[in-house]
Design a binder for this molecule. Structure first.
Ligand code: GRF
Length: 208
């Protein structure tokens, strides 16, 4: 059984999707053992506590340098014996120490079809604002491994979502979450725990 540690900062609807998938037995060979928040007031922590999942808080501002923070987060994850780290709306940039320590073992969920609308500055509602500004007819979400390039790691699963007339960024964000993020993130996590993801040349092959 692999230990899954989920990193959050906010509302935690993706964490909830993972918890629900776990209760339905859809996370095969894995268990959410810890939720780490960058924000002590994140509602995601309440979701974890109501499901008896151990929680930790680590704030960037409690460390003098980014390097100290990077080391502390790495030690926390190693101390929790994480086999897989999931970024579910984690708003703090990861440093190279943690990325190297967990190479191809950190999964992020991004609310667009990478390589569209991704990279620096593309987070939260901004992603959907940019998709609407461009007038794309299809957007979606991507579950991918994290490497040192922002949103540049190997893609695991993508799912497309239609843009509709009169969408606002908020409406589109909700549709992308419901139809894509909450479905593909638990699926990607389960595939990882079942050792069904092979990474080669910054791409993945899924063994189904
Ligand atoms: C989601 O839109 C996700 O794609 C992005 O951050 C948001 C997190 O939302 N990375 P929640 O905290 O899971 O509700």
């Amino acid at each position: 059984m692999k230990n899954i540690v989920v990193l959050v900062s906010g509302g935690g609807t993706n964490l909830q999707a993972l918890i629900d998938a776990q209760s339905r037995g859809e996370i095969k060979n894995g268990k959410i053992t810890c939720v780490v928040s960058s924000n002590p007031n994140a509602y995601a922590l309440t979701r974890a506590e109501s499901n008896n999942i151990h929680t930790e808080v680590i704030r960037r501002r409690d460390y003098d340098s980014f390097g100290d923070y990077d080391n502390a987060l790495t030690q926390l994850l190693l101390g929790q014996k994480a086999d897989l780290v999931v970024l579910a709306g984690f708003m703090t940039i990861l440093g190279s120490t943690v990325i190297k320590a967990f190479e191809n073992r950190i999964i992020n969920i991004h609310p667009s079809l990478i390589p569209s609308f991704c990279g620096e500055g593309f987070y939260g509602l901004h992603v959907h604002e940019q998709a609407l500004a461009k007038g794309v007819k299809v957007t979606g979400a991507t579950a991918h491994f994290v490497n040192e390039i922002c949103d540049g790691g190997p893609i695991i699963i993508q799912r497309a979502v239609e843009v509709q007339n009169r969408d606002t960024p908020e409406i589109l964000q909700k549709r992308v979450m419901e139809q894509a993020e909450w479905k593909i993130l638990p699926k990607a996590v389960s595939l990882f725990c079942e050792d069904k993801i092979i990474v080669k040349d910054n791409k993945t092959e899924i063994l189904e």
